[in-house]
Each structure stands twice: as structure tokens, then as C-alpha cells.
Ligand binder design. Structure first.
Ligand SMILES: *Cc1c(COP(=O)(O)O)cnc(C)c1O
Length: 435
């Protein structure tokens, strides 16, 4: 074991910064939230990432949840090869769009019709426009710590990289646009009722992650999501279930209905692209038909429904079945247990693991964590030390204390054993230091 990153990562990252802002194309990757220099990845295979120095890491980020099968799964790679040989983009209808759309419709009861876009950001941004177009209202409600992509109106008190950098809101968002967003604390029905009493008739939509996974992992309290949709619908407000992370990650389809959330529109991303840039939004036909060319709400995309990306999505969804979800559940339960046990053995407290399926939130704070305020009490410096100690021992965790840890179906007993060894040692390095 030697400290990561190695010399090549360091050299390449230094060079990258001359061309790329912060050396990255998405802020969290820069390691600003944990300090130090990122490892530069040259390939991924199964449960592992390999950096440019040839060091291998058990990957517990999985491209932020997209790589549910692990890296370079042979059937997905074969499908991408086959599709790409026939052309990379047509800008015209092609059969794979329907094939992926039909698979999604079959497995997501709230989605009667849908449209593909190229990212989760686009999916949520477009769903919000549709909701405004359908209701004739302007205001949108989100929860503090919820992340719904980086569109202007949804950056207010957003989770993910925005929260971790300690930037509550982005510069460059016009005040007039921010004023169209209402932000509520998660799991707080009192605040929700109060807002709807005051402004219910002006609210176009509530956007919510059914299992918020961008402030660490913070599940809804029982009854919260059901009350949310009942209250919204009583006021003619639409519910957008942002399932960009949870869709096809927790079960073979969407998860909101099982959690009691009655959604009018649903957004997808990450897993449905199998590692290629794909997002989608869909819902009730009476809403979707308001979209151009059938209706007046405009949205378009040069690369939308890209044939290669569709092929990756189809092959990924076709690989998902009960056996995969069973494997994910077993490995994730084991991972949560070994984290708790290793912390205990090292006498590191407080330490809380919150888990839903193959998603884990790690907090150096007493549990339960039920909103952004709780999550932000997690000791960031401890997380940073734990992150680096794990990385040095061959385990790649999210390089930010407010992100979710993702398990892929490629994680098996060998990877769990490696993680156990790494975590035991990593927690021991925390023991001496005061928080
Ligand atoms: C990742 C994410 C998005 C944004 O998706 P991008 O593809 O990064 O634009 C939106 N909503 C949720 C819940 C996400 O986790």
C-alpha cells in the first residue's frame, strides 16, 4: 500500500488543468471536497477501476450509479460495438428508440409515454417545463439537499457537488428565475402543508427524489411521500418523481409507487443509459401529449435517442432481473455491516450508515439523518481522511461527504474482503485524531 495517486495521475491531472477548468468536466471529480489530487482512470472492468499508474480500486461509485452491472459488461460492450458499426447518429427515427421506450414503459407503470434526452439535467428541466405548460402555473417546489441537475431553477439549495462545495446556490442564476423555486426541508410535512396553504394555487409541480441520494442517502419517513402527493394533487399541483438515480437501481423499474408517491411525471437517467449519455422523462399520456409535435410545449435534441446510447440502454435493462437485484442486496447489506463493524472495532463514533438497496450514505454524525441540515452535521474532515485512507488501500469511495456510495452487481466476496481490510485500517487511522 502506498499513497494514491501515483506519479502519472499527478502529472496528467496537472496537465489537464491547463485545458480543463479545475482539470475536470464535473466539479466533484476534482477532489476539492476531500482535498488532494484525483486518480486519473484509464479503464474499468467489473467491480474495478484502474488508474493511469496501474493501481486498481474496488469502485463504490460506479459512475454515480450508472454502472449498475459493473464496468464494461460484455453484453453491453457487444451491443455498443454492433450498433456503432452501423452509424453513430441519424437525427431521424430509428428502431432502438422504440425498443428501449417499450422496455421502460413495461416496467414503469406511471410512464405511459416518454421522450429520451441526453442527460438527467435535461430530463428534469424538460419535465418541469411540461408541468408548467400543463398547469399554466410558474412556481416549482423542491427539497433542500435534493439534486435535480444543474438547470437554473433547480440549483437552489441543491445537494451533490453544490452542497459539498458549500455553495448554497450558483452564481449566474437570475434572481427572477430563483424566485420561481420554493425550497422545503425534506421529511417536514408541516412546512409542506404551510407552503400549500399559502401558495398552493400557484405551484406547478413538486420535484422530489423518492430516495434522496444527493445529500448522502436520506430515506423518506413513512407516510411522507404519500402525504406529499395527496397534498399536491389536492391543489392541482403535479408531482415529478426524479428517478434519475433510483430508476432501475432499486428494482426493475421505478420505485416511487412502492414508496407511496403518486407521480404524474417521472425522470430517468444514469442506469437506463448503461454508461452512455441518456436521460428520459415520461408520464401520463394526458400530460405527455402536450409536448411538441403533438402539443405546444417545445423540447428537442440533436443527439436524443442516439442509436449507440439506446443499444447500451437496451442491453443493460435486458441484463437486469431478480438475480441481479438479489446479488446487489446481499453485497450491499454485507458492505453496510462491515462498515459499521469496522467503525465499532476501531472505536470511531459517531458513524452512521443509511442504506436503501445498493445505495449507502456514510455519515460521521449520529443517526438518523433525515434532512440536509442533519447531513451537513457529518464531520467532513473525518470523511476526507477516511476517503483517502480507503483510496490508498484500493477502495474508491465518493470523493465528497454528501454523495451516495453505490454497489454494482460485479461486487462479490473478493471485493468485500478487500473492502473489509481497507476499511478496518482506514477507521484505525481516524481513531487517534479528534474530529
Ligand atoms: C444525477 C442526477 C441528475 C442529473 O443527471 P445528469 O445526467 O448528471 O445531468 C438529476 N437528478 C438526480 C436525482 C440525479 O441524481
Amino acid at each position: 500500500m502506498s499513497p494514491a495517486p501515483g506519479p502519472r495521475s499527478r502529472r496528467l491531472f496537472r496537465r489537464a488543468q491547463r485545458s480543463l477548468v479545475g482539470g475536470v468536466d464535473s466539479p466533484v471529480r476534482s477532489f476539492r471536497a476531500v482535498g488532494g489530487t484525483p486518480v486519473v482512470i484509464r479503464r474499468g472492468r467489473g467491480a474495478y477501476l484502474e488508474d493511469v499508474d496501474g493501481r486498481r480500486y474496488v469502485d463504490l461509485v460506479g459512475s454515480w450509479g450508472a454502472a449498475i452491472l459493473g464496468h464494461a459488461p460484455p453484453t453491453v460492450i457487444a451491443a455498443v460495438r454492433q450498433a456503432s458499426a452501423k452509424g453513430l447518429s441519424f437525427g431521424a427515427p430509428s428502431p432502438r428508440e422504440h425498443e428501449l421506450a417499450e422496455r421502460i414503459r413495461r416496467r414503469c407503470p406511471a410512464i405511459e409515454r416518454l421522450r429520451f434526452v441526453s442527460s438527467g439535467t435535461e430530463a428534469v428541466m424538460s419535465a418541469v417545463r411540461l408541468a408548467r405548460g400543463a398547469t399554466g402555473r410558474d412556481l416549482v417546489v423542491k427539497f433542500a439537499g435534493g439534486y435535480h441537475g444543474h438547470s437554473d431553477g433547480l440549483l437552489a439549495r441543491a445537494g451533490s457537488g453544490v452542497a459539498a462545495l458549500g455553495v448554497p446556490d450558483s452564481a449566474g442564476v437570475p434572481g427572477a428565475i430563483a424566485a420561481q423555486t420554493r425550497v422545503l426541508p425534506f421529511n417536514d410535512l408541516g412546512a409542506l402543508d404551510e407552503l400549500f396553504r399559502r401558495e398552493g394555487e400557484r405551484l406547478a409541480a413538486v420535484v422530489v427524489e423518492p430516495v434522496p441520494a444527493n445529500m448522502g442517502l436520506v430515506p423518506a419517513e413513512p407516510g411522507f411521500l404519500a402525504s406529499l402527493s395527496t397534498t399536491a394533487h389536492r391543489h392541482g399541483t403535479l408531482v415529478i418523481a426524479d428517478e434519475v438515480i433510483t430508476g432501475f437501481r432499486l428494482r426493475n423499474g421505478t420505485v416511487h409507487q412502492a414508496l407511496g408517491l403518486d407521480a404524474d411525471l417521472v425522470t430517468l437517467g444514469k442506469v437506463i443509459g448503461g454508461g452512455l449519455p441518456v436521460g428520459a422523462y415520461g408520464g401520463r399520456d394526458r400530460l405527455m401529449r402536450r409536448l411538441a409535435p403533438e402539443g405546444p410545449v417545445y423540447q428537442a435534441g440533436t443527439l436524443s435517442g442516439n442509436p449507440v446510447a439506446m443499444a447500451a440502454g437496451i442491453a443493460t435493462l435486458d441484463a437486469l432481473g431478480p438475480a441481479v437485484y438479489r446479488r446487489l442486496e446481499a453485497a450491499s447489506r454485507e458492505l453496510a455491516e462491515l462498515l459499521r463493524r469496522s467503525a465499532d472495532e476501531a472505536g470511531v463514533a459517531p458513524f452512521t450508515v443509511q442504506r436503501v438497496g445498493s445505495m449507502l450514505g456514510l455519515f460521521f454524525a449520529p443517526g438518523p439523518i433525515s434532512d440536509l441540515e442533519d447531513a451537513q452535521r457529518s464531520d467532513r474532515r473525518r470523511y476526507a481522511r477516511f476517503f483517502h485512507a480507503s483510496l490508498d488501500r484500493g477502495v474508491y469511495l465518493p470523493p465528497s461527504p454528501l454523495e451516495t456510495t453505490f454497489v454494482s452487481a460485479a461486487v462479490g466476496s473478493a471485493e468485500l474482503a478487500r473492502a473489509r481490510t481497507a476499511f478496518r485500517a482506514a477507521f484505525r487511522t481516524l481513531r487517534g485524531g479528534r474530529p
